[in-house]
Design a protein around this ligand. Structure first.
Ligand code: NAD
Length: 255
């Protein structure tokens, strides 16, 4: 058990990649706080699955675009399990627009849910790690678009690019206190955020042809990478990004 007696928070933990992360961390013995803003029944079902299998998990409703709600997640974790060891800032949304089409409201929303949440999730978790002692790990789920422009999805790229420098700067600032900060950057993953592309056979084929490993990732493949980043196996890794993308970032086959 790689995370025995550790406590983790996973934001947006009742869907897609977040759900896979929750299941993987719980399977390695972590107590998991599952953050959700929608579909409370999915969070309750997940808690039931984990507890039935002998693990520990609880659902907490929190909108992570608001720092006070992130603090609520941390307080719930500490109240229920005594401490916090791993913060996974996974929640995210997209609003597909180009620079010329973007409006202030949708830009603000994407940046608040994708970047501001990770910023304050990192800050507030780090404050908890410092006050309790013993270090800790923050894993930010960014995207290949932290480094790879996607025309027509500019606010998302701006937010993920911000996560890139958040992780690098916070990792450097917090290293001396035994706190690691790592980005996990998925490529294309079969989750609700991608339903439109994956339901269109032509677009799906084009996407898979561009991925050297030849397929879209399963959420569990991202969950495995987050487990690695959060575990002691990654104890010398911080302030950087691990791409989990089937090689697409390095591929010369255009999309
Ligand atoms: P998803 O839509 O299944 O999950 C997103 C989760 O975030 C949902 O649970 C949603 O309720 C939650 N969420 C949205 N707004 C929130 C808020 N204000 N407060 C709390 N939770 C909120 O999509 P996913 O693919 O599982 O995405 C998870 C993360 O992975 C996102 O950050 C996304 O950008 C990133 N990502 C996904 C892919 C992909 O191909 N699916 C690729 C790269 C990166």
């Amino acid at each position: 058990m790689q995370l025995e007696n550790k406590t983790a928070i996973v934001t947006g933990g009742n869907s897609g990649i977040g759900e896979a992360i929750v299941r993987r961390l719980a399977s390695e013995g972590a107590n998991v706080v599952i953050d959700y803003v929608a579909k409370p029944d999915d969070a309750a079902d997940l808690v039931k699955d984990i507890t039935t299998a002998g693990g520990k998990a609880m659902g907490v409703e929190a909108d992570v675009s608001r720092p006070t709600e992130i603090q609520k997640l941390i307080d719930s974790a500490v109240h229920e399990y005594g401490r916090l060891d791993v913060m996974v800032n996974n929640a995210g949304i997209e609003k597909r627009h180009s620079l010329l089409d973007a409006d202030e409201e949708s830009f603000d929303l994407v940046v608040a849910v994708d970047l501001k949440s990770a910023f304050f999730g990192t800050q507030l978790a780090a404050k908890q790690f410092v006050s309790q002692g013993g270090g800790g790990v923050v894993v930010n789920v960014s995207s290949v678009h932290e480094d790879w422009p996607m025309p027509g999805n500019i606010s998302y790229c701006v937010a993920k690019g911000g996560m890139r420098m958040l992780t690098r700067t916070a990792g450097v600032e917090l290293g001396p206190q035994g706190i690691r900060v790592i980005n996990i950057a998925p490529g294309a993953v079969a989750t609700p955020i991608n339903t439109k592309t994956l339901n269109d056979p032509e677009q799906k084929q084009k996407l898979e042809d561009a991925i050297p490993l030849g397929k879209v990732a399963e959420p569990s493949e991202i969950g495995d990478a987050v487990l690695f980043a959060a575990s002691d196996a990654a104890r010398y890794i911080t302030a950087t990004t691990i791409f989990v993308d089937g090689g697409i970032m390095q591929s010369s086959v255009g999309l």
